[in-house]
Write a protein that binds this ligand. Sequence first.
Ligand code: BGC
Length: 725
Amino acid sequence: MGWILTNKDYNKSDNKHYEGAYAQGNGYLNLRATFDEDLSEASQDDVYWRLPANVTLEKQRHPLSKWGTYIPGIYGNHPILGEEIINLPYALGMNMIYEDERFDMNQSMYTDFERKLNLRNGSLERKFHWSINNNVIKVNVQRYCSMAIKNMIVQRTEITSEKDGILEISHFIDTGVTTNGYNHFNKIDLDEEEFSAYLITDTNQEVGLCVDISISQGTMLENRIHKVENRIYQHGSLDLKANEKVIIEKRIYYATSIDDEYCGDIGKHLQNNINIGDSHNEFEKHNRIWAEKWEKSDIEIGGNEKLQKAVRFSIYHLLRSVNEKDHVAIDAKAYAGEAYYGHYFWDTEVYLLPFFIYTQPEYAKKLIRYRYNTLKGAKENAKRYGYNGAKFSWESCISGKEQCSNWQYADLEVHVTADVIYGLLHYCKNMNDQEFLLNEGLEMLMETARYWMERVYEEEGTYHLRGVMGPDEYLPFTNNNTFTNYMVRFTLQATIDTIAFADEKNKTLLRKLNITEDEVLKIKDIVQNMVLLIDDKKGFINQCENFSNFEDIDMDKIWTDKSRPFGQFISQERNYRSKALKQADVIALLYLFRKDFNNTMKKHCMDYYEPLTTHDSSLSYIFHALVYSDLSDSENAYDMFAKSIGIDMEEKGAAEGIHIANCGGIWQGLIMGFGGMKNSFESDQLSLSPRLPKEIEYMSFKIFYKGYWYRIYCDHKKTLVKKVD
Ligand code: BGC
């Protein structure tokens, strides 16, 4: 129960949501759940520009459909957007023509439509009964991205006709798909070999790509291949006999010159290595790998099937989008769309990483290594602004150099540099990975500390961070944003501690990084004298200097339709000078350092900031849910949690991809919030104090905590913890 997502209506208005929500992936290839046949009215090369007038909001792209095939790491250079993920040529294509009509979801007559995503193994199924010229043709298409062979997608089509007839099949690769309207390829060669059609090209970053399609099983098609403009087709005629099922199994391979030695010969290479006769075994292998992942990461929820599905939906997307390689991370849309251009944000360390640290630690390390691998880019960033050290990018990509095309975030949202270190430390704490901490970790700590030493401003013995944007992106240019200052101070303290630790363990590590005594003294001074606008007496935290001077705003008057973001109802200029918050800022601080603040402080801040918060960012609700949980306010906690769950589910918000940070947040909401688990900064031993809301009867899950695996069961009366293998 709670594993299958089903959609039984096809609507032009929400089709794109399902394409994103039901996206598939195997940690390498990622696919939007588009139809294999052409869909009329859905051009695949529309140009999209993010409008600078209101930069925080995503504008609608083509509303109907967008093919999407993404391989993390395959980026192209865009003149304005920088390194942009490339939407690769579409190879799933398969058209069916019966008595001169091509099947089309927007034009044809059909009944019994259903599409389903099985979260357990990422397999997608679509069924429909096509009524045509007194005949009914039943079609069932299943597709999966193989977990066992990362380059491969298998698409199996079963066709049963009520009457005898001839069905023309044309399957194809289409190279006309662009990324946000931009073509990242140099030249594309389409060709054929034996029974396969293939494409070879290279991107404008000179990465080779090869795509190969062939019919591998079931009814073979004749070898009629032809090319038209952007396409290469293989055609065949099926002689349908009444009520006899015909099966066509298509295999699709993608390979690149950076990931595969055999790029250029991918189809042949893999076909030779796979026992094509044994599709079933291969699918079993794929299922086994998925089962192993779920065994560690599933959360079983008692008494709430809807919630169970939503939770598994989040975990599924986390599991399918994390990569085996460490030169990439998980982009803001989990490779299920082109919004945010495939870039990586603070989302990685603050929202996604805890899920991996506590349930898939080997992937957590890859995500941390990704940041280490981009340290060179981060150093170039710092230099570009005239500082020493390393400044991690607000929008990062393969090189680590800043990719954000809007100055507000690129220049001012500096907290990401400290967030990256928070993530690194979180990982090292739970894994006790001293080796990594003392080597790569120390270098990251020291280089970012060098940046902060110059980025802070010293005034009368105190240190300030002027001109910053905190997590709340509706106040772009503030001084002493408490979230940022606190986070920076925390990472600088960790730098001092790690230097001391290295001094004990191996002094050469310090020499390697040329760490001087003066630097250590300076860092200590900043830690001691960093301005923090925290009023312990009143029990209140100011978001930034003079927050109260920003204008009060009559939100209800301006925000006349709450189903759309507040930011769409106000000019950016007005928004920037008002008190309206985009997302959790002080509230994020209260969660990330929750043991540092008492309940009075939490309550006062929540009462003040929440009514000012628009939650226009999907990253907002869940941190509110977490702080309400801490306050044992389970009603408000669940209300916020339910809103968070709703983003990609009820609200159908996945058209441009998954809100993956929110998915990671949902995991934290359940485990750290309702489960009351202390994180590794907070406790040396696994410690839980469940406070389940009434909507959840029980939870059962596995956790990796400081070297051991535990199975945990909790309900409203008891908590059972067992060490397991
Ligand atoms: C949020 C950021 C977030 C980004 C990517 C923005 O809308 O304000 O906090 O990092 O989306 O998810």
